[in-house]
Design a protein around this ligand. Structure first.
Ligand code: GLY
Length: 349
């Protein structure tokens, strides 16, 4: 079993091992000392792994109250979180009790946010079941829901007490959702680890899945320990996300996955970096080859002008400019603030 500790807020452990889901109760009993657990899951994940998780928790003597919401981003809204906290109250959870998020990013974000606000904060545990949530969203304590005005606009930083990663649950993940997570995996290689990037070329991701998840999470751990609330370095994790988010918006968050949009965003920002003399020539081609290898898109049908215009629509969240995550080369990244008035020129529009 692989283990690491994130040294934020008193510290919490992350465990990674095939089959770990059946040991969830035992691991959780080391950190959640109350008697009751609110298990939060979605309709798809609950069907596959709900009963196993409930059994594992009940074996440790927990009273389990399960809340299942309709799978999909459309559920990630304030109404659902209010339902979850009301469910916690009806179930009589106290400050000693906790929540367990069993699912992908939507589930972890919502259960984490509900845990952040119920009784002004109770403990929660993440059991991520998608590659994207295993390598990224389950670690670091960002919790949120979407508002009609935009994604993730209502949330809190609330670190989990434990993260349990069972790569075996990825066996039921479709190729499409596996590729979605690979977008974030490739991102980690680009920003911090040439070695990971090279291994993803030499070996197939699935052949070293435990090591790969460990490496990604370890990078995230270091970044979050240095900058929990994203005042600086944590923004590096947004490589490819500025263009990617604009593309997602142009598609109305439909027809394109987050990982696909981030992949295209990485190509765009790397190309702009090369054109502005920042990024080593040839880097964009390396990224394109990698994305193709893992069945991700490398371009979008919207024009660069449309994508830049969509970035500007986010201006209210970024003040007088945007912070672009740039690569000097694969594995070497930094943050470059660009004034709003300079964005078109930077992207060659
Ligand atoms: N997903 C980026 C972050 O956690 O900061």
């Amino acid at each position: 079993m692989k283990k690491m500790t994130v040294h934020v807020n008193g510290g919490y452990d992350i465990f990674i091992e095939n089959g770990l889901l059946d040991k969830a109760g035992e691991l959780i009993s080391n950190v959640l000392k109350g008697k009751k657990i609110a298990l939060i899951s979605d309709t798809n994940v609950y069907k596959l792994y709900g009963k196993r998780t409930e059994c594992s928790l009940k074996e440790q003597g927990y009273e389990v109250f399960t809340y299942v919401f309709n799978a999909g981003e459309v559920s990630k809204k304030t109404d659902t979180v209010v339902e979850i906290v009301e469910f916690m109250a009806e179930s009589g959870l106290t400050r000693e009790d906790g929540a367990v998020a069993l699912g992908g990013g939507v589930c972890g974000d919502m259960a984490g946010f509900a845990a952040a606000i119920y009784l002004r904060g109770i403990q929660y545990v993440q059991i991520p079941t998608t590659l994207l949530s295993q390598v990224d969203s389950s670690v670091g304590g960002k919790t949120a829901v979407d508002l009609p005005q935009g994604k993730n606009l209502c949330g809190a930083f609330h670190q989990p007490s434990l993260v349990i990663i069972d790569p075996a649950v990825l066996d039921t993940l479709s190729e499409h959702f596996f590729a979605d997570g690979m977008g974030e995996v490739i991102k980690y290689g680009c920003i911090k680890s040439k070695a990971l990037f090279e291994r993803l070329i030499d070996d197939d991701a699935r052949s070293f899945i435990e090591d790969m998840i460990f490496e990604c999470v370890d990078i995230k751990r270091q970044v979050v320990e240095n900058d929990e609330k994203e005042h600086g370095e944590r923004a590096l994790l947004n490589f490819g996300h500025t263009c990617g988010h604009a593309i997602e918006k142009l598609w109305n968050f439909e027809h394109i996955s987050h990982g696909e949009a981030v992949g295209i965003g990485m190509v765009m920002i790397s190309r702009a970096g090369e054109n502005n003399g920042i990024t080593q020539p040839g880097t964009t081609d390396q990224i394109i080859k990698m994305l193709e290898r893992y069945n991700l898109k490398t371009f979008d049908s919207h024009s660069m002008a449309e994508i830049v215009a969509a970035m500007h629509a986010d201006k209210k969240r970024t003040g007088s400019g945007i912070k672009l995550v740039m690569l000097k080369s694969i594995g070497d990244s930094y943050i470059k603030p660009v004034e709003n008035t300079e964005i078109e020129k930077f992207f060659g529009v």
